[in-house]
Design a binder for this molecule. Structure first.
Ligand SMILES: N[C@@H](CCC(=O)N[C@@H](CS)C(=O)NCC(=O)O)C(=O)O
Length: 223
């Protein structure tokens, strides 16, 4: 049995959750609130004092990137070819690096200032706008639809799909759902991923405050 423990939000745990879901292993999705988190910390369950953790039959793993790679390997979506896996990791790191721009905005207390700081990331030529344009070029260049041009989904697709569209869920002040309409390449990729049978099986059935962004009709004009 594998047990993923995290807050209910997608946050740092969602790629691991999805990979566990499409793997053949038995897994349990345990969610905690702030109190539950503090209790786990108190009990010494968190190797570095942070969530998420993944309890495996051999022991506990911490650090979300380690968890997602472990789970992606269980799911059979990590490429064997070293170069292709390098390209997957390259994309994962590029997306992780977006946090450099986001993290400071979480510490801005004044709501108007926070919104302004976030919107500046998305203006034409702003750091996240530029990053999303780069991603659109990668999507456009793929001969198969999968980000790394592989025959099937890789962890790069899981990471990109879950992280990119989560930004537009409305949970982050200043980032509106409609802002996604500026990125036709991303919308095309959204349709490709959201209609994948594995994605549909997991997210199609979930009625959730945030995870609607992973459903196929999430950003269609009528939605
Ligand atoms: N580098 C860690 C970061 C995880 C992290 O920052 N977790 C936050 C929740 S989103 C946490 O546990 N915060 C608790 C605290 O700092 O009190 C990872 O990728 O797993």
């Amino acid at each position: 049995m594998h047990e993923l423990i995290y807050f209910a939000s997608p946050g740092y745990a969602e790629p691991t959750r999805f990979c566990l879901e499409i793997s053949q292993v038995n897994w349990k999705n345990t969610t905690v609130d702030r109190e539950g988190f503090l209790a786990l910390k108190e009990q010494g369950e968190l190797p570095y004092g942070l969530l998420p953790i993944l309890k495996t039959p051999q022991g506990t793993l911490a650090e979300s990137n380690a968890l997602m790679r472990y789970a992606a390997t269980l799911a059979g979506i990590e490429p064997e070819d070293l170069f292709v896996r390098g390209k997957v990791d390259e994309m994962i790191e590029i997306i992780n690096n977006w946090r450099v721009h986001f993290t400071p905005t979480f510490y801005i207390e004044n709501l108007d200032e926070k919104i302004a700081a976030r919107q500046a990331l998305f203006v034409e030529g702003g750091p996240i706008d530029a990053a999303l344009r780069d991603l659109e070029k990668v999507i456009e260049a793929s001969p198969t639809g999968w980000l790394i041009g592989t025959e099937d989904m890789t962890l790069a697709d899981v990471k990109a799909f879950l992280n990119v569209f989560m930004m537009f869920s409305g949970q982050f002040d200043g980032i509106e759902k409609d802002m996604i309409q500026n990125y036709p390449g991303l919308l095309k990729y959204h349709a490709f991923m959201a209609n994948d049978s594995r994605v549909e099986a997991y997210y199609g059935a979930q009625e959730d405050e945030f995870r609607w962004v992973f459903k196929s009709n999430a950003f269609s004009p009528k939605a």
